[in-house]
Design a protein around this ligand. Structure first.
Ligand SMILES: Cc1ncc(COP(=O)(O)O)c(C=O)c1O
Length: 370
């Protein structure tokens, strides 16, 4: 049984944002939730805790140890569990880390198009935009921004959401060199990393990556957003400046679920990654068949497709697909104000749903005056 073959009727019983935000006839492929069957290792661990009435607070460094073991196994990254601080979740941990390295008004670099909460994380800082260029980090522009804008911090998204880029070791080494030269703290969001497998390079595993933290969790790769927990890993100087009680937001069930995923869910993740890779190819084929004006080249990381709909000539393709096609994606402008011709498509779902989404897109284009 495939991980992403959950029938639509069953998905519609779910109460999370994906299935409740929009009208019931709209097919949702927007927010980064997976239409997945839960990894058995996670389900078993939570069921055991429920059976025991084990519903209190976390105590042991269970999550830190599970992440260290996973990092060694997957990336050969030697991570000391005592270098990882428990956080509420990744977005909150990014904010916590930013507060530890900067003051209101300080410059913070981001790479649009970017996961929208990055702007929220830096809302009271001076946001410095260094756009992605042809789907990759623009390291020359980053160097200019570090020199010209004197930022205190750089919020790196690795792998990158929404573009799906997996940064190379060479790119990350260059970032480390620039950050060192210009005294910029690097805060690397690696929440999509486990799904990228061996292709991912942890920022802290790169030569020269000091004055940096990785903020991560098992949440995206194993679909555990309901079970809050995250980790802030790395520089002790940064972690010693974290606000008090930063670890109190993670729930015990979050810790249990994320740890079980990283330890016992590796087979599940490999299967999920294979299915997602096949879904990306399938999505590209479906577009070629039904909407040949558009083209999508499968990305290396994430289960998200960043699709340029400019050839359709629609003022706001995301709004059009929703209103006329009854299929919902994230709108490009959420990620970069000027990316109005893009939509972000969530491919962590079944082939039936991907095929139906493309069918609805194509039909809506034929009824563009609808
Ligand atoms: C890059 C990135 N960071 C963080 C998050 C959210 O993480 P959390 O729910 O742990 O705050 C997401 C969710 O899609 C994401 O894509």
């Amino acid at each position: 049984m495939a991980i992403f073959d959950v029938p639509l009727s069953e998905l519609r019983e779910r109460g999370s944002i994906k299935w409740r935000r929009f009208e019931p006839d709209v097919l949702p492929l927007f927010v980064a939730e997976m239409d997945a069957r839960l990894a058995p290792a996670v389900r078993d661990r939570l069921e055991e805790a429920l059976r025991l009435g084990d519903t209190g607070y976390p105590e042991l460094p269970t999550y830190q140890e599970a992440m260290a073991d996973y990092a060694r196994w997957q990336w050969g990254w030697e991570l000391d569990p005592s270098d990882a601080t428990l956080a509420t979740d990744v977005v909150t941990g990014m904010r916590d880390a930013l507060e530890a390295v900067s003051e209101p008004g300080d410059g913070v670099v981001i790479n649009p198009p970017i996961y929208p909460p990055f702007r929220g994380v830096a809302h009271d800082r001076r946001i410095v935009e260094v756009p992605m260029r042809d789907g990759r980090l623009d390291l020359n522009a980053l160097e200019i921004a570090f020199h010209r804008d004197r930022p205190a911090a750089y919020l790196l998204c690795s792998p990158h959401n929404p573009v799906g880029t997996v940064h190379t070791r060479e790119e990350l080494e260059r970032i480390a060199e620039l950050a060192d030269r210009h005294d910029v703290a690097v805060i690397s969001d690696e929440i999509h990393a486990p799904l990228a497998g061996a292709a991912h390079v942890p920022y802290l595993d790169v030569a020269g990556a000091d004055n940096a933290v990785v903020v991560t969790s098992a949440s995206k790769s194993f679909n555990l957003a309901a079970l809050k927990a995250g980790l802030i890993i790395g520089d002790v100087g940064i972690r010693s400046r974290l606000r008090p009680m930063v670890s109190d937001g993670a729930s015990y069930f979050g810790v249990l679920a994320h740890s079980a995923a990283l330890t016992g869910g590796r087979g599940w993740l490999a299967e999920a990654a294979d299915e997602i890779a096949a879904n990306k190819v399938f999505f590209a084929e479906q577009l070629a068949e039904h909407l040949p004006q558009l083209s999508y080249v499968p990305s290396d990381g994430t289960y998200l497709a960043w699709l340029d709909c400019a050839p359709l000539g629609l003022a706001n393709p995301g709004e059009h697909f929703h209103r006329v096609g009854r299929v919902r994606f994230n709108f490009g402008a959420e990620f970069a104000p000027r990316a109005t011709s893009f939509v972000r498509v969530n491919l962590a779902t079944s082939r039936d749903i991907i095929a139906e989404a493309v069918r609805r897109m194509a039909a809506s284009v034929q009824h563009r005056d609808g």
